[in-house]
Design a protein around this ligand. Structure first.
Ligand code: CP
Length: 305
């Protein structure tokens, strides 16, 4: 399998065997440091939206593999603030770096960047659309937590309309014969297009409004933040912002093997008391950003095959 030069824009661009290859490469890189495989390579990190985990784990991964990074975390400090287009920005950065990681508030911006760029582009989140590298680390985490990805019952809770992580994750899990249960307020249900895709693939799924309806039966509970920044009307956000708050009493009758995941950052949807239960797994999940993003960089930059 050769990923050299490949863009990472949508999880739909990856077959099941390609997903598994990335996860196996991440396992390899966890076992063996390989500090020189990207020596001399430069990664451009263009963050038009805030980030802690994605940007810093990409930068750390690149440096741990012997490469270097350039980029920005605040587009206001770049010529974008003078009116430069995304296309023109990319046409510059492609000469300064060997690959580009981009996060942008608009759906489709990463695809546009990939079409403009002569170097591989990695989507670090585009609007409410997708966050494919988060999904790869989520799958890596599920495998670590449960010993497998297939044939699990996965509950996905929160903002399923605007949450890009859950869009990519749902699509990816459809390769693995998982049963999916979605929990959201009526205004924040999973987009109909994604539900249709599940139906076309005969994936078993159900939709609920209460976490209590599913919590005693799931192996993975994937909680998400209500995405305040995506709401066109702040009053609508106020109505739903406290819809789901996972606290210890809710965990009374759960399966022993349950693991709670969250892409983070959290606001109030998982209390800090849950952190001290054996079910909390979201900080380990965030730590997997390093092996998985190392794997993605090593593969698209040709350091590994
Ligand atoms: N999970 C995630 O994308 O986190 P950041 O917004 O901090 O990058």
């Amino acid at each position: 399998m050769n990923f050299k030069g490949k863009d990472v824009i949508s999880i739909d661009d990856f077959s099941k065997s390609e997903i598994i290859h990335v996860l196996k490469t991440a396992e390899r890189l966890e076992k063996k440091a390989m500090p020189n495989i990207l020596k001399g390579k430069i990664l451009g990190t263009l963050f038009f939206e805030p980030s802690t985990r994605t940007r810093l784990s990409f930068e750390s991964s690149m440096k741990q593999l012997g490469g270097n990074t350039i980029g920005f975390a605040d587009a206001h400090a770049t010529s974008v603030s003078k009116g430069e287009t995304l296309h023109d920005t990319i046409k510059m950065i492609e000469h300064y770096s060997d690959a580009i990681v981009i996060r942008h508030p608009l759906d489709g911006a990463a695809r546009l960047a990939a079409e403009a760029a002569s170097v591989p582009v990695i989507n670090a989140g585009d609007g409410k659309n997708q966050h494919p590298t988060q999904t790869l680390l989520d799958l890596f985490t599920i495998k670590k937590a449960q010993g497998k990805i297939s044939n699990l019952h996965v509950g996905i809770v929160g903002d399923l309309k605007y949450g890009r992580t859950v869009h990519s994750l749902t699509k990816a899990l459809s390769h693995f014969h998982c049963k999916l249960s979605f929990v959201a307020p009526p205004a924040l249900r999973m987009p109909v297009q994604i539900i249709r895709e599940l139906e076309e693939k005969n994936i078993v799924y159900s939709e609920h409004e209460r976490t209590e309806d599913i919590i005693s039966d799931v192996d993975i509970l994937y909680c998400t933040r209500i995405q305040r920044e995506r709401f066109p009307d702040p009053r609508e956000y106020e109505r739903v912002k406290n819809s789901y708050i996972l606290d210890v009493p809710l965990l009374k009758n759960v399966k022993k093997n349950l693991k709670i995941l969250h892409p983070l950052p959290r606001v109030n949807e998982v209390t800090t008391a849950v952190d001290r239960t054996p079910y909390a797994y979201y900080f380990q999940q965030a730590s997997h950003g390093i092996p998985v993003r190392k794997a993605i960089l090593a593969l698209v930059l040709g350091g590994l095959r």
